[in-house]
Design a protein around this ligand. Structure first.
Ligand code: FAD
Ligand code: SF4
Length: 538
């Protein structure tokens, strides 16, 4: 034990003292039969890698890895969230008598690299085998799949079954289909998992209540605040560490208040169900300056790192409807995001990688403008959304899709550049969920595998769904000229330039009908203004 305290001073200072492993001495005294690896987004007692764990002969390995913190320059809050949640999870396991070998970020011998840390752990424990749950990123899947050969040790990589649909189930659904539409997949999931069903029929007589969920916020609305989680000593220590180690990373830590334990995440879920779910549906797409969260749940980070299971979140929402405390349009809309979209994008990711990452339907090549990293732009909508992203590591779906994503689509930003940005800046960003949302939904770089048409919109949409335009330097009603809203001429220029690829799409009929009424001079002026604006960006 003394050896261990010397080797892991920070961790033993920060976490409750771990019990002696059964069998005598510390790791060295016992022949460890299995080394169970738990990654930073697998912080669940139900995770498949911990199934069959024998505390008398096995050790859990958890690692804080500098390479993973740095690979896309993640938001400081995102790094702090992962590390704080990992440390709390390790402490909980230890309190239950599990031996956890925890490699802290600032431990002097930590190489910061996943494979090298596993190799070092094998040297420490000499296990007979490795057990882990598959990682949530293609790159790490490739890396871990070489371990068995590299280390000469049986390595059991178990499926991550915290989802409603297994990989095989998604492939089976997708097989032979000309298009993979979320809505159809969602109906199948509802039936299979008996969610919001009345026998074989959807409750309320329809599958989808989206039409009711597009209201702008009333002017006088007073939004209720979300539950905050004041950092405890362990989290504060992590915040200090991140401040010191990653001073130049994107974002601020001052507003860090994410739940970092299962108890915290359950409290966040209860608060959402009671306070926000009833209004979630009506104002799901609404945006308001100074109100980045509206009635959204803020649960994605907790679900994605394993503190909450998607099933229990859906069950809690359905329960609220059955109890009469939340209306069906809200509950169905919320459940669709998890049982539908979340499962569907995961299916797309694993069925289409690694080539999916390189998709570029429009051949967009423009570098990401610098204002994505500092918010310095005169476009009020972008300035507000990016500034909130810096403060909270959060934007809700419409802010991501119809403001930052819409701009990237219209401006022809290279898909890989905007995709790396989304992976870096949000606390909930993990590649399997972020990449299809960006490549497929936001910038249509997959040419329609996910979305039936590009989510392209002019300033009119942002004006309808937010109050951003009221205080903007640009005029949302103007289509051309120095004061015109850039989203307007960029939108029409996008349609003109991509007419060959989009005109035949039946869902693009309306805007192309309008464009057909334009004369050549108007089209040329629109293209010239868009070019001038875009050239000034770089
Ligand atoms: P709510 O609006 O309260 O929704 C409830 C839950 O539904 C979320 O917590 C989330 O688990 C799930 N969900 C909602 N929409 C989606 C979706 N489109 N895909 C998958 N799950 C969804 N979500 C992530 O979890 N990680 C990401 O890295 C991520 N990147 C995105 C990038 C872009 C360009 C876009 C357009 C969307 C992205 N999303 C991502 C989806 C969605 O925007 C976030 O899940 C949501 O904003 C998280 O906030 P919330 O928890 O308050 O969600
Ligand atoms: Fe954004 Fe245009 Fe509205 Fe300004 S006028 S906030 S740029 S949509």
């Amino acid at each position: 034990m003394a050896e261990l305290l010397a080797a892991y001073p920070l961790l033993f200072g920060a976490l409750p003292e771990r019990p002696e492993p059964p069998g005598g001495g510390a790791f060295g005294g016992v022949t460890v039969s299995a080394l169970h690896i738990v990654l930073g987004d697998q912080l669940s007692r139900e995770v498949s890698s911990l199934r069959g764990f024998d505390p008398s002969t096995s050790v859990v390995l958890m690692m804080e890895l500098a390479d993973e913190c740095r690979n896309v320059g993640h938001h400081k809050q995102k790094i702090a969230l992962f590390l704080a949640a990992m440390r709390h999870f390790a402490a909980e396991l230890r309190a239950d008598g599990v031996v956890v070998d925890y490699v802290a970020l600032d431990q002097s011998d930590n190489t910061g690299n996943l494979t090298r840390e596993v190799e070092r752990a094998i040297g420490r424990h000499k296990p007979d085998r490795i057990v882990m749950t598959e990682p949530g990123e293609w790159r790490l899947k490739v890396e871990t799949s070489s371990w068995e050969r590299m280390f000469g040790l049986p390595t059991e990589i178990r499926e991550d079954d915290r989802f409603f649909a297994s990989h095989a189930r998604f492939r089976q659904w997708a097989h032979g289909r000309a298009s993979w539409r979320m809505e159809h997949f969602y109906h199948v999931m509802r039936r299979e998992h008996d969610v919001l069903m009345d026998g074989d029929k959807p409750v309320g007589g329809q599958w989808n209540f989206d039409q009711a969920n597009r209201k702008p916020l009333p002017k006088s609305v007073q939004l209720r605040s979300h539950k905050r989680f004041v950092p405890d000593a362990m989290t504060r220590e992590v915040i200090e560490l991140v401040t010191e180690r990653f001073p130049d990373n994107f974002g601020a830590l001052a507003d860090f208040d994410w739940p970092v334990t299962r108890d915290g995440a359950l409290a966040a879920l209860a608060d959402f169900i009671a306070e926000h779910l009833p209004d979630f549906g009506d104002y799901q797409d609404a945006m308001k300056a100074g109100e980045p969260f509206v009635h959204h749940s803020l649960l994605a980070p907790a679900i994605n790192i394993g503190l909450l299971s998607p099933r229990e979140v859906c069950q809690a929402a359905e329960h609220a409807w059955r109890n009469g405390t939340a209306p069906l349009n809200a509950v169905e809309g919320f459940i669709r995001q998890i049982l539908g979209w979340r499962e569907y994008v995961r299916g797309i990711y694993w069925a289409s990688m690694p080539e999916y990452a390189e998709r570029n339907f429009f051949g967009a090549l423009r570098p990401l403008p610098g204002f994505y990293w500092n918010g310095r732009t005169n476009m009020n909508c972008l300035r507000k959304v990016i500034s909130d992203t810096m403060h909270y590591a959060y934007s809700h779906h419409i802010q991501r899709l119809m403001v930052t994503g819409n701009f990237a689509l219209l401006a022809g930003i290279a898909p890989r550049e905007i995709e790396r940005w989304y992976l870096a800046v949000y606390a909930d960003a993990i590649e399997w969920v972020e990449m299809p949302n960006t490549i497929g939904m936001a910038v249509y770089a997959d040419g329609g595998l996910m979305a039936s048409k590009p989510y392209a919109a002019s300033g009119a949409y942002i004006n309808r769904m937010s109050d951003f335009c009221k205080t903007c330097r640009y005029d949302v009603k103007r289509k051309t000229g120095p004061d015109a809203c850039p989203f307007n001429y960029l939108y029409w220029a996008f349609l003109i330039q991509n007419e060959g690829q989009l005109k035949k799409n039946p869902r693009m009929g309306m805007p192309y009908k309008t464009l057909a009424t334009w004369d050549d001079a108007s089209k040329s002026q629109c293209l010239a203004e868009a070019n001038e604006f875009l050239n000034a960006l770089s």
